[in-house]
Design a protein around this ligand. Sequence first.
Ligand SMILES: C[S@@+](CC[C@H](N)C(=O)[O-])C[C@H]1O[C@@H](n2cnc3c(N)ncnc32)[C@H](O)[C@@H]1O
Length: 391
Amino acid sequence: MANTNLGKAKSAKNDEFYTQYADIQNEINAYIDYNPDVFKDKTILLPCDDPEWSNFTKFFVNNFERYGLKKLISTSYAYNSKKVSFDYQPTLFETVDSRFEITKSKERGKIFTLTKDENNDGKIDEKDLKWDYLEGDGDFRSDEIKKLRDEADIIITNPPFSLFREFVAWIFDVKKEFLIIGNKNCVTYKEIFPLLKDNEMWSGRTDWSGGLWFETRNENDVDKVICGKNMKNVSSVWFTNLEHGKRHQPMKLMTMEDNIKFSKHKEIQNIGYKKYDNYEAIEIPFTDAIPSDYKGIMGVPITFLDKYNPEQFIILGATQRGCHDEVPDTKKYDDYWECKPNGEKTGSSGGKTNENANLVQNDGKKNYFVNTEGRIIQSAYQRLFIKHKEN
Ligand SMILES: C[S@@+](CC[C@H](N)C(=O)[O-])C[C@H]1O[C@@H](n2cnc3c(N)ncnc32)[C@H](O)[C@@H]1O
């Protein structure tokens, strides 16, 4: 379900998804719990953030004093550049301001900054937020926003889904601390996977199951309405290079022998672990079925990253897009063709590009590949290759 939603979001290039306040709060709490001074004296930049609609600005304004921030900067992307179907609605704060000009408001991005108690009422809150039009449209790739990026210590946002790779590259150009939202499936992108593998980026605190619910402004693509708000579920997760405690909690695992005896998964209990046909590794279909005592290479679902502790495991590769130099595939499938579960040929062949982790089996549920001798293989879902860290 969530994957289908992502597909729709991608094809329509719908980038107008707004993060819920409670989701931001839950995630940020993990960094504060780990290090209460994580934001102290820091400049935080919230790019791609439409503060009129977004909760990121609200959240950090509300917590500016508690976290001891030095400066908060938030920028929005111009209405005209968004290419959306809804009409422009100027907010009250704009229209009551003498600088308000409707053309400028549509064409330019805006910048909001908070540094101190501007109105001397004894507290720092939204009344102290200053705003102005940007020179350009607020595109994160512009020199104007790059300058703000360079000034910031930490970059936090839910960037446009359609530009996720570019956004991550933009952060890594300058190696800043960051906390961002991205799609689960981006972990095997060839630009993103090496960062996860090398521990330059990791999963945030929020669990991966269930995805995240966003407020959407696309009335034609709504999953449910909550308190009058149109909501959409997307298989999104948080990514960061900030430390949090979950990342250092070891997974509690059973030995291989105990898994085979007691695993709750019928695919493992009394059956054991299968070896791939084309990789020197064993198939682990569920993260909680990783055997604690297996010394070799294991193929695990990408959701392993939600539980990954770098003191416990090493990530070696991923099945797709050539991301497995350290775990090379040992076989190509030129003489195989693909069939649906009912035996009908799909017209695709196995081919040189089949870098999936393949198993010699036919579960009767998924498509399979067969060669002229009748040998059958089936591809597992995307897999990461890992092994236990030797101490
Ligand atoms: C997924 S929404 C998230 C909004 C807000 N950060 C939040 O989480 O509530 C991404 C926002 O980025 C804006 N955007 C799209 N392309 C952009 C670009 N090139 N530069 C800056 N912002 C962009 C979109 O218009 C949208 O408002």
